[in-house]
Design a protein around this ligand. Structure first.
Ligand code: XIL
Length: 368
């Protein structure tokens, strides 16, 4: 195990749990070999997702988690989707079923049905689960806005205690707070307005009480490389760690646009400095948009392959980078189309054929 057990901090202990799981997940897989020839664009004859090498097997040599965000309804109703997911991934994040606004639409009435389905699917297959996300300004129940400060503090505590408590021992890590940094310091959210800046530290403390073994993560976007937002995220988590807040990790979302993305070297430098704080890093929601790239489809898909390869390779090279999660895995189901316009951001095309992007990830996991 490359990580020292010296650290008895939160990330040390929570990580030991997660690491043990990773090793368990990878037992018996592995081996290197020549780089994988890449079909230019997935021709109709390209192999499908369950016909190619599982990414989790390729990750065995790196003791990394390879994950994807999933939707409960697709796992339940779409066998092709479910088998492709189970074939490749050993880590799962609920795309929206564990978000507060989804769970507690009416105050006091919680529906964990879809979230339970995802946890059950994963547990039955030895797939590790990351809970996403306990506090996010973009998924806060509507009724929260009308609460007084005291009521709001109690509601947040109930949400975290109940949700983390429910999945204690079954969810290995939690995105406790998501996207609390804006373009210039703390984002102006309903939590900041009602509870003040200490709401972040408070959320971590409550989550830790509810499950002392879970790895607790701060998650955000736009701070993957270097720059103002990356510095603000660094300052936030450094401050939390120095206060002894039980934060164990940082999630860099990695929603990238291949036409304007952070430099690979900057991502590596950022991951290293976060690691030096004793924190664990994960790439938590990776997808790569190519619609704005010039040139033919094959050229754009080749560039996408390069981006996936180079970014995943940063995680493989960084001892304290625990894994990469893709925000979906087939272009048939991606939030990008609704949020950024039609695109093909993921590893398999909308007929589940392996894209060059898949081979980019495979080679990076195989250190090629
Ligand atoms: C997105 C989901 O993919 C969409 O289905 C949903 O409508 C909105 O949220 N950052 C996050 C994720 O942390 O939770 C978001 O997921 C994408 C951006």
């Amino acid at each position: 195990m490359p990580w020292s057990r010296r650290r008895s901090s939160e990330s040390g202990r929570a990580w030991t749990g997660l690491a043990a799981l990773v090793v368990l997940l990878h037992a018996g897989c592995g081996g290197d070999g020549p780089s994988t020839p890449t079909p230019s664009s997935p021709s109709p004859s390209a192999p499908t997702a369950t016909q190619v090498e599982p990414l989790k097997d390729a990750a065995a040599g790196t003791v990394r988690l390879v994950g994807a965000a999933v939707e409960a309804s697709l796992l339940r109703n779409d066998a092709t989707y479910a088998s492709a997911f189970a074939h490749h991934f050993n880590y799962v994040t609920a795309e929206y079923e564990m978000k507060w606004a989804q769970i507690e639409r009416q105050q006091g009435q919680r529906d964990y049905g879809p979230a339970d389905e995802i946890v059950a699917f994963a547990t039955a297959r030895g797939i590790a689960v990351k809970g996403h996300t306990l506090l996010w300004h973009s998924s806060t129940p509507g009724w929260f806005e009308a609460l007084s400060t005291t009521e709001a503090r109690r509601a947040v505590e109930d949400q975290i205690r109940t949700t983390v408590g429910r999945y204690r021992g079954r969810v290995a890590a939690w995105d406790v707070v998501n996207e609390a940094i804006g373009d210039s310091g703390l984002r102006d959210t309903v939590y900041l307005r009602k509870l003040g800046p200490t709401y972040i530290a408070e959320a971590f403390r409550i989550a830790h009480e509810a499950d002392p073994e879970a790895l607790l993560i701060y998650n955000d976007y736009g701070g993957e490389g270097l720059g103002r937002k990356s510095d603000d995220i660094y300052a936030l988590v450094q401050g939390l760690a120095r206060q002894g807040v039980p934060i164990g990790g940082v999630g860099l979302q990695m929603h990238l646009d291949a036409a304007s993305r952070p430099a690979t070297a900057d991502i590596a430098t950022n991951v290293r400095r976060l690691s030096e704080l004793g924190l664990l890093v994960n790439f938590s929601e990776m997808d790569v948009r190519i619609a704005r790239l010039p040139g033919a489809a094959s050229t754009r898909l080749e560039e996408q392959r390069r981006v996936y390869h180079d970014v995943v390779a940063v995680c493989v090279a960084e001892p304290r980078c625990v894994g990469v999660t893709f925000w979906g895995f087939t272009d048939a189901h991606s939030w990008i189309d609704q949020s950024f316009g039609p695109d093909d951001p993921l590893l398999f095309d909308d007929t589940y054929r392996a894209k060059p992007a898949y081979y980019g990830v495979l080679d990076a996991l195989r250190r090629r």
